[in-house]
Design a protein around this ligand. Structure first.
Ligand code: BG6
Length: 458
């Protein structure tokens, strides 16, 4: 049998986000964003789920304020990544660097110039650019003024921001993702959508109305990006990971299916262009009425995505509420049931390379559109040796296993555009704000308290 070969044009690359790397949080006219009020460590989880309180709390240390100072180091960082041979670089544009308050009349020229310089640096090395328009950093002023994305006016602000960046970077940015991990809105509503409600006040109605706004925003972004640059490609992005039933008990299988619907709901709309019937039935059952404006349905229908991007850290496992599955598993903001067959990382995230292959098949079967793995990686505590080396064999093993399964899925017929590893250069953790939880091929000298020289090591 002929051995399968990954096509020459396959996009190997690395991914970061603005809010976890750039720092320079108020430099050159940037405004505050959602993450700029978040501390590190245990207090961060508390703040993410009680954001209204966090807004009025003063913490000792805010990791996003300096992060790895990518804002001032990007030339050196991109050069190193180019030396690694990456072909695509994923980052996000910080909305509040372009519109400091989210709804300013004019865009901040210095912010726009920064991304011009960054993108030109990538292009100089022949690196394609993949941009997330909003990666967990809604401008703080919009959160204070409107309570985040639950208010339709935020969509109008986003539309203007999108028009500005698509016009400015046409011909430079080839791949656009409107919103990072759109389904995360259900799990981390402050990060995903700037929602300040918590507990009983955070109703499903609010979450799904917010989801509608983000879906409309995403369709608008697809429309605008294509108008400005017909050669670009638009993707949706799912925080993915197949959901296995804990057992073959029908109730567990049903629980897994329900969990899947909750995740797929978003990209079903973005990919197919209409609300799925299971969602409409759920809204009726729960008496949730989504307020739509005239033209929304047409907009969704006419502006679907070209490809399905996703992050993959692990599969998940679901059990019926009254079932016999015990322990909960840690994971990327999802609290599933622990899968007894899987190992875990130092942060308790389960590791399932084969699950990537399964996830790829399920997504491709469902959408029949090219996929793009834009996050995958192992968060681990690396140590720098006295002679300036990092012996991260565990990370090499992780990627090797995942790439093997990925290649297998491709050989089995799944169309995949590329693979960008998460945190190709060390960055601050989104969930915990730690530096210690590293993903990178390039080590950055900085610790959990923000101390260090910021020197980079290959
Ligand atoms: C993804 C996010 O959900 O998970 C990233 O898109 C994040 O921003 C990544 O960094 C890993 O999570 P963590 O908490 O280890 O940074």
């Amino acid at each position: 049998m002929a051995e399968y070969k990954i096509p020459e044009q396959f996009l190997w690359g690395g991914a970061i986000s603005a809010n976890q790397t750039e720092g320079a949080f108020l430099e050159d006219g940037k405004g505050m964003s959602a993450v700029d009020i978040l501390p590190a460590g245990k207090a961060r989880a508390q703040a993410i789920f009680h954001p209204a309180e966090a807004m009025h709390t003063v913490y000792d240390y805010y990791p996003s304020h300096e992060a790895i100072d990518f804002y001032h180091h990007y030339k050196e960082d991109i050069k190193m990544l180019a030396e690694m041979g990456i072909k695509v670089f994923r980052t996000s544009i910080s909305w509040s660097r372009i519109f400091p308050n989210g709804d300013d009349t004019c865009a901040n020229e210095k912010g726009l110039q920064f991304y011009d310089d960054l993108f030109d640096t990538c292009l100089k090395y022949g690196i394609e650019i993949l941009v997330t328009m909003n990666h967990f950093d809604t401008p703080l002023a919009l959160i204070k003024k409107y309570g985040g994305w639950k208010d339709r006016r935020v969509v109008l602000c986003f539309e203007k921001y999108v028009r500005t960046i698509c016009k400015r970077y046409k011909g430079k940015v080839k791949y656009w993702i409107p919103l990072n991990e759109i389904n995360m809105l259900m799990h981390v509503p402050y990060l995903g959508a700037g929602l300040l409600e918590e507990g009983d006040a955070l109703t499903e109605k609010i979450k799904y109305q917010t989801a509608h706004h983000q879906l409309v925003a995403s369709a608008l972004a697809a429309k605008i990006a294509r108008e400005e640059d017909p050669g670009c490609k638009i993707g949706c992005m799912l925080a993915a990971g197949s959901i296995y039933p804990y057992s073959c008990k029908p109730d567990d299988v049903l629980a897994a299916l329900e969990n899947e619907h909750e995740s797929y709901f978003f990209i079903d709309v973005q990919s197919r262009g209409y609300y799925p019937s299971y969602a409409k039935a759920m809204f009726r059952r729960k008496d949730i009425e989504i307020h739509m404006e005239r033209g929304d349905e047409l907009l969704l229908r006419e502006n679907t995505v070209d490809f399905i991007a996703f992050s993959y850290y692990s599969s998940r496992c679901a059990a019926a509420a009254d079932g016999d599955a015990g322990e909960k598993a840690e994971g990327n903001a999802f609290l599933g049931v622990k899968n007894p067959y899987l190992e875990t990382s130092d942060w308790g995230w389960q590791i399932d390379a084969k699950g990537l292959r399964i996830t790829m098949h399920q997504l491709y079967d469902r959408y029949q559109k090219p996929l793009f793995i834009i996050e995958n990686g192992l968060g681990a505590a690396d140590t720098l040796t006295d002679d300036g080396k990092i012996e991260d064999d565990y990370r090499i093993a992780y990627h090797e296993a995942h790439i093997r399964e990925m290649t297998q899925a491709m050989s089995e017929g799944v169309e995949l555009l590329g693979y960008t590893t998460w945190g190709c250069i060390d960055l601050i953790s989104s969930g915990s704000g730690e530096m210690k939880k590293r993903y990178g091929f390039i080590y950055v000298d900085k610790d959990n308290d923000g101390k260090g020289t910021l020197k980079r090591y290959k």
